[in-house]
Write a new protein. Sequence first.
Lengths: 179, 194
Amino acid sequence: MNAPKYKRLPGRGRTLAGTSRLYLGEDHILVVQTVGYSESYKRFFFADIQAIVVRKTAMGMVWNGVWGAIALLFTLIAIAVNDTVGSSVFGSIASLFLLSLIINAFIGPMCTCHVRTAVQTERLTAISRMSTARKVLDRIRPFITAAQGEMPREQLGADFDQSQGIGSAPIVAAPPVAG
Amino acid sequence: MSVLVCTKCFTPLPSRVVNLPEPTPCPGCQALLRTEVFPAFFRDTQRGSAGELALQEGQATCFYHPQKTAHVPCDACGRFICALCDVELHGEHLCPSCVEAGRRKGKIVTLENKRTLFDSIALSLSLLPILAWPITIVTAPGAIIFSIMTWKKPGSLAPRTKARFIFAIIISTLTLIGWGAAAYGIFSAFKRTR
């Protein structure tokens, strides 16, 4: 059998266990987890994906706070030091953290992303930014639609709520046709 | 069909928060969610067939379950298999032992779930010993031999060039040239002193 061809999807996640990346295959998404000198693979076939849930988290704000606090600390030290060399050294360190703050703020809020199939709900650690999640969803949605067909709008109303065990939304009767 | 929940508070999500272009607050925890639901969500999971029992004498039966009717022949080994043993993979019908053999030998790529990155090992073998440079006299030729031996072995499933192997060979060759130059220098100095 020929080796499948993959295209890189945006996003790269780093955890204590290693790095994680996503690739787009012909009929599936390949999740590549690299630990040391070996890679492990998980495949999510487009025909099997039931839902993708992206949740915005506050981690982006936390990192902004961390970088901002460290930058402020080094700026204060740079001001307090009565030495040109010392001030410029601490000022440079402060500017590095300020740059990290600006980059973190620029690439946007962080998130978690879970993909759900009939038998599992798996977190995609490669997707950690809302902007990345949007790009990945935009890339894979046409493939999922091609594999599963369009989502009938009416199924997303009462049918969905019923399957979720939520009281079905009030059904608005069609207005009577005059004549 | 199981329930689709918020990944933070596990509240079942109502239809008004799914398939919207912008993130919407979860009704339980107010976390902003962007949820995409696809038609597979409404599809019932199909139960696998257990295979029919052979009722007539002389009827073709499964190689692994002689009491069950043959469903299809295995596309790899030709053995008759019942519906229970039939593994359909990329349009082929395979028996469990052929699937296992294919997975073990790495012939069925879609069943592989782990691979070793030989190119990264070769690069590390050529670079890391430089920190303890005397051992490079052993590791440099080792890295070249390892690169050549594993050059054709299957590497990452993800797109990847042979650049790491090439760098490993170049760095190891330069290391060996360095060792050669040092040996020549020491030998020349020794000859001059005599």
